[in-house]
Design a binder for this molecule. Structure first.
Ligand code: FCB
Length: 434
C-alpha cells in the first residue's frame, strides 16, 4: 500500500503521451508517404529483431478503443503526435486531406470524452523526401516545417488550443545525426550541430504560424537531464550540460546560444534567427528520465565528454537509473537558471519500461515517486502545470523495437489486445476526485 499522493494545485493537468510512429501503424493508409523511420526500421540491423512500426499498436484503426482507455483512466489530457508524412506525403505542397481526417476524428473523439488534445507537430518521423534533401541539416526544412504546421493548424485549430512544436530536438540530433542509432542514422558526431539550429528555427517559425492562426498555447518539449560531474575536472560535465540542456533552452527562453556553441554554429545563425527562435512561449515541455554522470573521455575521441553509468539506484528494464529527486533538482535548477524568463512547465514525458506482465508494481512505485518529486518542486516555487505519463500503451520503442514496454496498458503485439496494467488501475484511483 502506498500513501495517497499529495494534492496538486487546482487545474493541474494529468495526461498520457504517445507518438505517431510508435503507435499508429497503417503506414500505407490514406496516402501517407514514407518517413525516415520507415526507411531506417526496414534497413537490416537498425532495430532490435528487425522490428518496424508498420503495424505497431494499429492505433490508426483502433483509436476509439484507446480514447476509451484514456477516458476510463480519468486523465484530462492526451499528448499525441501528428505524422508529417500523413499530412504532406513528400514533405511539402498542399495537404493530404485523408491524412488530416484521421487527426480530425481523433481530436473529436477526445473532446467528446472531455480530454484536452495536446498535439506535438514533430516527433521524429520526417518525410523521407525531405531527408533526401538533407533533412534537418538543410535550413529549408525549417520553412517546410512551418508550412506543414500551417496546414495542420488550419484544419484543427478551431478545436485544438495547445500545441507542441518539436519533441526533444537534442535526442533527434544526437541519436539521429550524431551517433546514428536512430533515423536517419547519420554518424556526424559534432558536425551534427546544424541540426540543432535548423530544428530551433523550425520551432520558431512554427510557433509564429500557430500564433498567426490564433493558437492559445504554444510550447516546445525539451529532454532535460541534471548533469553530475564525475572526476576532478568539472569541464566535461559543463560541456555536456551545454549540449544537452542549454543548447535548446537558452535560445528559446533567452534568445542566445551558450557561447562556445554559438561560435561553433558561426554563420549558420543569420541575423534575425534568434528573434524567431525566441518567439514567446506559453509553456515549456520537459521530458525527464534520469540524471547523467559525465566525466572526461578516456581516449582521444571525437567528443569532449563521456557519459558513465550512475550506480546505487534501481534500474528500469532499459537499465535507466530511477532517480526521482533528479526531477525536483532539474525543475528547481531551471527556475534558478532562467528566473523570470521561465514560463510555466509541463512534464510532457516521464515513465519507465518494465517486465512485460500486467503486474507492474515497479511502475506504480516509479510514478508515485516522480509525482511526489514534481510536487516537491511546486512546493519549492516552480510553476509546474501538468504531468504526462510516457506512455499510454506499450509501443515501438525506436531502435529497441517492441522489447521495451513503457505502457500503463499492456499490448499483445500478436493480437493487438490491450490490457490495463496494475499501474493503470493505480493511477485511475489516484485521479478519482477525493
Ligand atoms: C523519449 C521519446 C519517446 C520515448 C521515450 C522512452 O526520449 O521522446 O518517444 O521513446 O523516450
Amino acid at each position: 500500500m502506498v500513501d495517497p499522493l499529495p494534492r496538486f494545485p487546482d487545474g493541474f493537468l494529468f495526461g498520457c503521451s504517445t507518438a505517431s510512429y510508435q503507435i499508429e501503424g497503417a503506414v500505407h493508409a490514406d496516402g501517407r508517404g514514407p518517413s525516415i523511420w520507415d526507411t531506417f526500421s526496414h534497413t537490416d540491423g537498425r532495430t532490435r529483431d528487425g522490428d518496424t512500426g508498420d503495424v505497431a499498436c494499429d492505433h490508426y484503426h483502433r483509436y476509439p478503443e484507446d480514447v476509451a482507455l484514456l477516458a476510463d483512466l480519468g486523465v484530462g489530457a492526451y499528448r499525441f503526435s501528428i505524422a508529417w508524412p500523413r499530412v504532406q506525403p513528400t514533405g511539402s505542397g498542399g495537404p493530404n486531406r485523408a491524412g488530416l481526417d484521421f487527426y480530425d476524428r481523433l481530436v473529436d473523439a477526445l473532446l467528446e470524452r472531455g480530454i484536452t488534445p495536446v498535439p506535438t507537430l514533430f516527433h521524429w518521423d520526417l518525410p523521407q523526401t525531405l531527408e533526401d534533401k538533407g533533412g534537418w541539416l538543410n535550413r529549408d526544412t525549417a520553412s517546410y516545417f512551418a508550412d506543414y504546421t500551417s496546414h495542420v493548424v488550419t484544419r484543427l485549430g478551431d478545436r485544438v488550443r495547445r500545441w507542441i512544436t518539436l519533441n526533444e530536438p537534442i535526442v533527434h540530433m544526437a541519436q539521429g545525426y550524431a551517433y546514428g542509432t536512430h533515423a536517419p542514422g547519420r554518424t556526424l558526431m559534432l558536425d551534427a550541430l546544424p541540426v540543432a539550429h535548423h530544428q530551433l528555427l523550425g520551432h520558431g517559425l512554427a510557433a509564429r504560424a500557430l500564433r498567426a492562426a490564433g493558437a492559445a498555447e504554444v510550447m516546445i518539449t525539451n529532454n532535460c537531464t541534471p548533469v553530475r560531474p564525475d572526476g576532478d575536472d568539472p569541464t566535461p560535465a559543463a560541456i555536456y550540460d551545454a549540449f544537452h540542456n542549454r543548447l535548446f533552452n537558452d535560445p528559446v527562453l533567452l534568445g542566445t546560444y551558450p557561447s562556445f556553441l554559438g561560435d561553433a554554429l558561426g554563420d549558420l545563425v543569420r541575423d534575425g534567427d534568434l528573434d524567431i527562435i525566441r518567439t514567446p512561449l506559453d509553456a515549456l515541455g520537459i521530458n525527464y528520465y534520469n540524471p547523467t554522470k559525465v566525466g572526461a573521455p578516456a581516449d582521444e575521441g571525437p567528443l569532449p565528454f563521456e557519459t558513465r553509468p550512475i550506480e546505487g539506484y534501481p534500474t528500469t528494464a532499459f537499465g535507466w537509473p530511477v532517480v526521482p529527486a533528479g526531477l525536483t533538482e532539474l525543475l528547481t535548477g531551471l527556475k534558478e537558471t532562467y528566473g523570470s524568463a521561465l514560463p510555466p512547465i509541463y512534464i510532457t514525458e516521464n515513465g519507465c519500461s518494465t517486465e512485460p506482465g500486467v503486474d507492474d508494481q515497479f511502475r506504480v512505485d516509479y510514478l508515485d515517486a516522480h509525482l511526489r518529486a514534481v510536487h516537491d518542486a511546486i512546493t519549492a516555487g516552480v510553476d509546474v502545470r501538468g504531468y504526462f505519463v510516457w506512455s499510454l500503451l506499450d509501443n515501438f520503442e525506436w531502435a529497441e523495437g517492441f522489447s521495451q514496454r513503457f505502457g500503463l496498458v499492456h499490448v499483445d503485439f500478436k493480437t493487438l489486445a490491450r490490457t490495463p496494467r496494475d499501474s493503470y488501475r493505480w493511477l485511475q484511483s489516484a485521479l478519482r476526485p477525493r
